[in-house]
Design a protein around this ligand. Structure first.
Ligand SMILES: *[C@@H]1O[C@H](CO)[C@@H](O)[C@H](O)[C@H]1NC(C)=O
Ligand SMILES: *[C@@H]1O[C@H](CO)[C@@H](O)[C@H](O)[C@H]1NC(C)=O
Ligand SMILES: *[C@@H]1O[C@H](CO)[C@@H](O)[C@H](O)[C@H]1NC(C)=O
Ligand SMILES: *[C@@H]1O[C@H](CO)[C@@H](O)[C@H](O)[C@H]1NC(C)=O
Ligand SMILES: *[C@@H]1O[C@H](CO)[C@@H](O)[C@H](O)[C@H]1NC(C)=O
Ligand SMILES: *[C@@H]1O[C@H](CO)[C@@H](O)[C@H](O)[C@H]1NC(C)=O
Ligand SMILES: *[C@@H]1O[C@H](CO)[C@@H](O)[C@H](O)[C@H]1NC(C)=O
Ligand SMILES: *[C@@H]1O[C@H](CO)[C@@H](O)[C@H](O)[C@H]1NC(C)=O
Ligand SMILES: *[C@@H]1O[C@H](CO)[C@@H](O)[C@H](O)[C@H]1NC(C)=O
Ligand SMILES: *[C@@H]1O[C@H](CO)[C@@H](O)[C@H](O)[C@H]1NC(C)=O
Length: 386
């Protein structure tokens, strides 16, 4: 095997930004609550195979997903009507200005809970350098973040038949509709709503713009390129470990069946989510210790998400991490031009801007310069009148 000199040099670079400035936590209030969100007659996929009986079967499913010659399996469809409990948090500036009536609805990706948007190292509660929420509040905005379905204390639903993409889209649509209607008592009716996503949360945000374009005013997509080719690296690196064996104390088998899956360890986490040397190893440790599983049902329905939004007319920002593994095979350069799938997905949008954040991997918010990326997003919001 041969590596070019520049690759070796970058591997040897010291963590130059380890001394980056702490970001002070702003003075603001947040409210935690549960919302009951109904989903009505959503089309779901009947799993075409029995529940994964053992780890060998789960790993073999990883081989199936990453096959050179994929084919859509024959599946039966059914519908789901149910009300789920969704854990959410509303934050708003202590001193409310005009921007506080713009609500950023924050949807996290696979492997996290909503603390992805509000990440702190243990023992450093006042160092907000990884908190999107703190930056958004500093810029005057309000935020609503939520734990997706299956992420406690939101309902830990069935990972085969219920925790599926179409159900999660319906929940994001439902949560947004409730907030806009003033039906969440903790959330004042917003004047404008921006959907901000990370990775799978970006896919859900695009899907919302596709199926319900009238309930969003702007879309910000991080950790997402609209190219699914490279997500096979994530699946291969994960090898679809059972969460209930990988972290049995946090994910006991009585609550987390074989449909809840994860990657093996912190180096697997690094490979998929982090660009070296642009992160603090303590952040990687914390991310691994607080990770959450993804589900069989989410992979079963990955190709069923409506990832084109031709009827959405508002502005869109793609904020990609330059070294994103999952959506760019660690090099996003060239994947966001005018003819790219990313830009073409929003062919009626008033404006589609794309920006490559340097020195960051897929887990954008967990890198040294996360606040640099937040500033790009918040400046975009300001320029577009939010
Ligand atoms: C934060 O703001 C509240 C309300 O304005 C005020 O009572 C409190 O003293 C402030 N706390 C700090 C640490 O500034
Ligand atoms: C549920 O959706 C299916 C199509 O997906 C439709 O045929 C059916 O009429 C719907 N049922 C109700 C009660 O709306
Ligand atoms: C679809 O449903 C039919 C009727 O219940 C069943 O015979 C068939 O095996 C199912 N196919 C799959 C792929 O689940
Ligand atoms: C939602 O929470 C209520 C009260 O804790 C509980 O009774 C209900 O079973 C929960 N619903 C689901 C779908 O988990
Ligand atoms: C909001 O609550 C009102 C009063 O309970 C109800 O009539 C309306 O249908 C609700 N809207 C939504 C979107 O749930
Ligand atoms: C993704 O894969 C498809 C088919 O496998 C190929 O046609 C396409 O060029 C690939 N896209 C990129 C950006 O590599
Ligand atoms: C996120 O998960 C961590 C680890 O389980 C937990 O400490 C934290 O309270 C969770 N945050 C939310 C908002 O659920
Ligand atoms: C936008 O894309 C859709 C497919 O997603 C296509 O049907 C439509 O014709 C395109 N519109 C324009 C103006 O190119
Ligand atoms: C990333 O891709 C671009 C376009 O193909 C190429 O010019 C550049 O050298 C690549 N960067 C790295 C670090 O390989
Ligand atoms: C931090 O991010 C901002 C916004 O992308 C960028 O302008 C700046 O150069 C970055 N700083 C470093 C040290 O990477």
């Amino acid at each position: 095997m041969h590596f070019s000199t520049s690759v070796w040099l970058s591997l040897l670079l010291p963590a130059l930004e380890a001394t980056a400035q702490a970001v002070p936590k702003q003075n603001y209030t947040c409210t935690n609550f549960m919302v009951k969100v109904p989903v009505n007659n959503v089309t779901v996929v009947v799993p075409p195979i029995p529940e994964l009986p053992d780890q060998y079967a789960a790993t073999a499913f990883a081989n199936q997903i990453t096959l050179r010659t994929p084919s859509a399996p024959d599946v039966n469809l059914t519908t789901l009507t149910k009300t789920f409990n969704i854990s959410a948090e509303y934050c708003t500036p202590a001193k409310s200005g005009p921007k506080a009536s713009t609500l950023h609805i924050l949807t996290h990706g696979l492997g996290f809970n909503r603390s992805y948007w509000d990440f702190y190292l243990p023992g450093k509660p006042n160092d907000a350098r990884y908190s999107y929420i703190n930056s958004a509040i500093s810029a005057g905005y309000s935020t609503l973040s939520w734990n997706r379905l299956g992420i406690e204390p939101s309902t830990i639903a069935d990972p085969y038949t219920e925790i599926q993409g179409p159900v999660e889209i319906a929940l994001l649509v439902g949560l947004t509709t409730l907030a806009r209607a003033g039906n969440i008592s903790q959330v004042p009716v917003p004047q404008k709503v921006i959907h901000v996503g990370h990775s799978f949360g970006s896919e859900l945000s695009v899907s919302l713009a596709s199926v319900a374009p009238d309930i969003t005013d702007g879309v910000v997509l991080t950790g997402y390129s609209a190219i699914s080719n490279y997500s096979t690296f994530f699946v291969a690196n994960s090898a679809l470990h059972f969460a209930n064996v990988n972290q049995p104390k946090r994910f006991p088998p009585r609550t987390y069946s074989s449909g809840f899956l994860t990657w093996p360890d912190k180096y697997g986490n690094q490979y998929s989510f982090f660009a070296y040397p642009y992160f603090d190893p303590a952040v990687l440790d914390r991310a691994e210790a607080t990770k959450y599983p993804f589900t069989f049902g989410e992979f079963l329905t990955m190709s069923a998400l409506p990832l084109d939004a031709p009827n959405f007319e508002g502005p869109v920002l793609y904020l990609a991490s330059q070294e994103d593994l999952i959506f760019c095979a660690s090099n996003c350069t060239g994947l966001f031009g005018p003819d790219s799938a990313a830009v073409q997905s929003f062919n009626s949008s008033s404006s589609v801007e794309t920006y490559l954040q340097p020195n960051a991997g897929h887990g954008l918010n967990l890198h040294f310069n996360a606040t640099g990326a937040y500033k790009v997003i918040l400046d975009w919001a300001d320029r577009h009148g939010f």
